[in-house]
Design a protein around this ligand. Structure first.
Ligand SMILES: [Mg+2]
Length: 210
């Protein structure tokens, strides 16, 4: 769907990581305790693989990493339990253009993929909880269906028509794929302008939402 005329849009559904704040601005030190407690070697992962796993866990949702490295169920449970008990003190802020977004008159909902306690702590650290009507954490270990399911839930519960919703996110394989599947208008926020396939549906900043 070609997306330039925003006049029909009443509601934005936003992604969190790398859309509202730079994920890599979280220091890996915050996760050290969690990752150290995982004892990957016990599950047969070599030292080299463990270092790769840890690097990937820092930048990707845990479910994706679990799939990549075929985590046994016990390791996944352990991650969730430890993450729930960890008192993360993230020192993070939204991108500078986020305040521009807040001044626009759209309703806003947040749909983010990840481990529930970690995503909750990010939302609180950013101080953005009150900026959204609905916040749905797409945690594959809590429910199935992915972001498509989350979008359909919002459409149904907020009684929204598809053409009045605009999905904004950075990941073509995640929220953008789900938006295409759900036949929802979308924009990819490509802050470094390196996704040429999305030329017609691409912005580099929230300030492009005029
Ligand atoms: Mg993202």
């Amino acid at each position: 769907m070609y997306m330039r005329d925003l006049s029909a849009i009443s509601t934005l559904i936003l992604d969190l990581d790398d859309t509202i704040f730079p994920t890599r601005s979280i220091s890996p030190a915050h996760f050290r305790e969690l990752f150290d407690s995982m004892e990957f070697e016990k599950y047969g992962y070599s030292g080299t693989t463990t270092r790769q796993i840890i690097a990937d866990l820092w930048r990707l949702p845990m479910a994706d990493v679990a799939q990549m490295y075929k985590f046994p169920e016990e390791l996944v449970r352990r991650y969730h339990t430890t993450a729930s008990r960890t008192d993360f003190q993230f020192d993070i802020s939204p991108y500078a253009d986020y305040s521009y977004l807040l001044n626009l008159t759209y309703h806003r909902h947040l749909v983010t993929t990840g481990t529930t306690p970690v995503q909750e702590k990010k939302i609180d650290a950013l101080g953005i909880r009150g900026d959204f009507g609905r916040i749905i954490i797409n945690d594959p270990y809590i429910f199935d269906g992915g972001k498509l399911h989350c979008f359909e839930t919002i459409l149904r519960e907020e009684k929204l028509e598809r053409e009045e919703v605009l999905v904004i996110g950075d990941n073509p394989d995640s929220e953008i794929a789900a938006a295409i599947q759900a036949n929802l208008p979308y924009l990819i926020i490509d802050r470094s302008l390196n996704a040429p396939d999305f030329d017609n549906n691409r912005i580099s900043s929230f300030t492009d939402l005029t």
